[in-house]
Design a protein around this ligand. Sequence first.
Ligand code: PLP
Length: 514
Amino acid sequence: MPAFLQMNDCLSTRHGHLYVEACDTVELVKAFGSPLFVFSEKQIRENVRRFQQAFQQGWPDGPVKVLPAAKANWIPAIQRILADEGCGCDVYSEGELSIALEAGFDRSLISVNGVPKDEAHIYRCIDAGVRLTIDSLEEVAVIERAAKELNKVARVRLRLKPPLPGFTRRSDFVAEGMVPTDIAALVYKGGLTYDQVLEVAPRLWRMKNVELLGFHQHHGRHSRSLEYWEEQMRRFAREVGRVCRALGGFQPKEIDIGGGFPIPRDPFNAATDYTQPLQLAALQGISSVLKMAGKSVRYPLLTRLINMFESRPNRNPAYSIEDYADVCTRTLREELLRQGVSVAGVMLQLEPGRSVHGNAGIHLTTVKSIKRITRPIQWNSIIVDTTEFWFTGGRYEHHLHDYVFANKVDHPLVGKADIIGRSCYGDRLLPIVPVPEVEVGDILAILDVGAYQEVSMSNFNALPRPASVLVCGDRAELIRRRESEQDVFRRDVIPERLRLKEPRVPSRAHDQVN
Ligand SMILES: *Cc1c(COP(=O)(O)O)cnc(C)c1O
């Protein structure tokens, strides 16, 4: 089995090609063009079922519901799959709410999160009968007014922000420096502190048209370690206990622990990037010393140094869904009971985003050009027809994705190269990675891009964004079409006074010369 493959993977290799379920990825590019996002229906369904089963196993006291975060992949066809699985939906924006309502999720399992929430958005949520997860002091008065005006009951939960003083290891979210997780979690905007909760909870409690159902938290993927999850659950349960006591013995009906669970190959891992700043510092330091020595000494020595550099995707898999479920449910249950909060009948909710979608998506891109520098230093660039602007969700979190050449999966890795995107930025998609003998026309598969990537694409360089297909067994169907140039320009307006009086005919100078 090639090193990149995992247990329960939608990926496999057959006759030297990469497959998603029963579809040959090389054929997918022929059929749908390049570049291309490919999602596996089976992988998405399997991921949510594992979450459902594993958490239910550790939470025998009440129902467990998985509410995947829509922001990670809000493509409507994908949301239909999740609704079909009986999931709920964690929603942030108005647009995501529209998609969730269209997809047909049980409305009592749609949680609308986030800050700020516009007034019209709050009115719509209450009117639609979805849950509002309160994350600001400002929205409380709007909720009360909206519920009264609409003559409906607003069903709400409070988003807490329990501090994590017991977990001070560096946060993976901040690759540029060493920021302790407890500090990174505190400064993140989500959640209300205990003091803020005490300001709003008693008011909510007294409101006639507002029903407080329970509590929410989400710290996100600061770390993959089980201790981090244990600390989160313990502090969350204590905070819930503290708030319940302050409310004179309030009993929550639902408790939502948020998301942030890592995916198996765990590319959301700053570790792989740490070496790069070190490499560059070494290059800078040694380079300036060698400047005195002259070109004939400096370049050969720098070449030797550069040849030592290499990025490798993470080969140390994260814990399994079952491991996270076990530590989360056990800690939460124990600590809630210790706090005097009953767990009987309490609905446990979780909001995995990346771990539902991440390993269900790959990106296929074609090699367009190969540039080799041999003097005065050695450097190889493989230029492909995609761009880092279509992986900005990953850039933001410092991913280093695993990859494989889809038409050469069993070719030995014989060299090293930068994999470079097509935009006019530096666009280093994969810096200095091992590669096989590569030719123009080869197809590179970038793995684990199912979460946050497709949905964060931009139109830098006026590039039309690529299509997405959904694979189900040996079937592949378009779920988002490739953009046309018209799509790219559809929002543009030229004020009348700046318009050309007569549309300019493209000049055809060489025709006239003839
Ligand atoms: C983003 C987000 C999630 C999902 O986070 P992942 O790291 O993708 O699992 C869940 N809940 C809330 C409130 C979020 O903002």
